[in-house]
Design a protein around this ligand. Structure first.
Ligand code: ZN
Length: 460
């Protein structure tokens, strides 16, 4: 082992290698109580060093787990004691921002927030946004095809990546740093790696698509009398705002109560007791005209009975306070063990699915809490089932089955935006057919025949 650490240090320098005892002091990630474990953590500073490390690991038959900001929630970056962690935390350079072509070229370890701030200084926007923006890295969001709050308008990470540089399992570098929106020259190789969760290659650099910075920013919290009204309001706001609807987040009443009641910091801007609450956001080019159009659209929704109560943010502070309610997911940690699920469903099926899930949990699980919220505009729900610490381990498989198994009949997906990792491997077949999984295996075998990259993840 000393020999391995010495060989790694020769490639990336003293500062680039952390040994196992040092790792035991580092958290394994967001919402985790355990520590990292591995033979060593290697922190290369550039693509050439990543390539050299992968070549060495290839020669020594070592498994390699690539890590970004460790904000994933499906154990997709867990390493074992016999594996090497490849962390891109030292690759934090924003190499170029092209304001005319509207692209940014970055190293994979740059955080989402760092890029957002850098492009904002040039009057541009990088529209990917998620609660973990301060830690999540751009390489990680691409490797997991992260979604977040504005998918409704701008798509998933996949839709914002124009080019990638990737290092393959044997250390070879494939630089495909395309800057063009349209480039139909053969297979679009970047899509093999986006969403592959580090199992096919290591993303080292990216070219990302930027947008003009929006001038107006209108946010409202509304209360609705029924799920049908929620579905109608989404269509009504989208139709009325001429393409400017940028988020449509829905909270079931138990989640609204959770984030507006102590120990949560938030207080209810609208009276509790309504069937649903929605956070609606519009971003556009004209501050006054957009605010008028937003208010007028909400007024029509109230006149038609789709909305029974509403508050429109009057300042940046009020906007943030409304978003803070939706983002205060940490409250699910209070008072028990939370099990979080990230699923997709056709909007028309959501009410029946969630009602049947609540009934099944009542019937089959003892005391528990159920909270539902999510990016309803994209068909993505986050479901949290909280149980007592003593029951969590033995109830988990049963609760997973109650959440995932019915999705097949609803045409849903076991993963909307969090990926598969280790946690959902057993459920992949709910959302992907046998021929699809067989083709995934052939791609994996072609790119990483010895299963060195993120071993045992994604594919059952
Ligand atoms: Zn989400």
């Amino acid at each position: 082992m000393p020999d391995l650490l010495e060989s790694l240090r020769a490639l990336v320098g003293e500062v680039g290698v952390l040994d196992a005892p040092t790792l035991a002091k580092r958290s394994a990630g967001a919402m985790r109580a355990d520590a990292l474990q591995a033979l060593a953590l290697v922190r290369p500073a550039n693509t050439a060093e990543v390539s050299a490390v992968l070549r060495l690991c290839h020669e020594r038959h070592l498994g390699v787990v690539t890590q970004g900001g460790l904000t994933g929630l499906v154990h997709g970056a867990d390493a074992g004691p016999e594996q090497i962690i490849l962390s891109l935390e030292r690759m934090r350079s924003i190499e170029a921002i092209d304001a005319v072509q509207r692209t940014a070229t970055v190293q994979a370890g740059v955080t989402v927030q760092a890029l957002q701030e850098a492009v904002q200084a040039q009057d541009l926007a990088f529209p990917l946004d998620l609660g973990s923006r301060g830690s999540a890295t751009l390489g990680g969001t691409a490797a997991t095809n992260a979604g977040g709050n504005r998918v409704l308008r701008f798509g998933m990470t996949r839709d914002m990546v124009l080019g990638l540089e990737v290092v393959l399992a044997d250390g070879s570098v494939v630089s495909s740093l395309n800057h063009l929106i349209k480039n139909n020259a053969g297979y679009d190789l970047k899509h093999w790696f986006i969403g592959s969760e580090g199992t096919l290659g290591v993303i080292t650099r990216l070219v990302l698509r930027l947008r003009e910075r929006p001038r107006s920013h209108d946010v409202a919290l509304v209360a609705l009398p029924s799920f049908d009204a929620v579905a109608q309001l989404l269509k009504h706001m989208d139709r009325s705002l001429g393409g400017q609807l940028s988020a449509f987040e829905v909270m079931w009443p138990s989640f609204y109560q959770l984030v507006t009641t102590p120990p949560a910091q938030g207080r209810p801007p609208l009276a509790p007791g309504q069937a649903f609450y929605a956070l609606v956001e519009s971003q556009g080019a004209s501050i006054e005209a957009d605010a008028e159009r937003f208010a007028a659209a909400l007024q029509v929704a109230m006149d038609e009975g789709l909305v029974v109560d509403a508050t429109v943010a009057q300042s940046g502070g009020e906007r943030q306070a409304l978003w803070a309610l939706r983002d205060d997911v940490a409250q699910v940690m209070v008072g028990g063990v939370p099990m979080g699920f990230d699923i997709s469903l056709p909007i028309g099926e959501m009410e029946r699915y969630t009602r049947e899930l609540a009934e099944a949990l009542q019937r089959e699980i003892g005391a528990h809490q159920l909270w539902i919220f999510g990016h309803l505009g994209d068909g993505n729900l986050h479901i949290v089932v909280q149980v007592g610490a003593e029951q969590a381990t033995h109830l988990r498989p049963r609760i997973e089955a109650l959440v995932y198994a019915p999705l097949a009949g609803f045409g849903g997906s076991v993963s909307a935006e969090h990926g598969i990792g280790l946690e959902k491997k057993a459920w992949l077949a709910i959302s992907r057919s046998e021929p699809e999984i067989a083709l995934m295996r052939r791609i994996k075998a072609a790119l990483d025949p010895q299963h060195r990259l993120n071993p045992a993840k994604v594919l059952p």
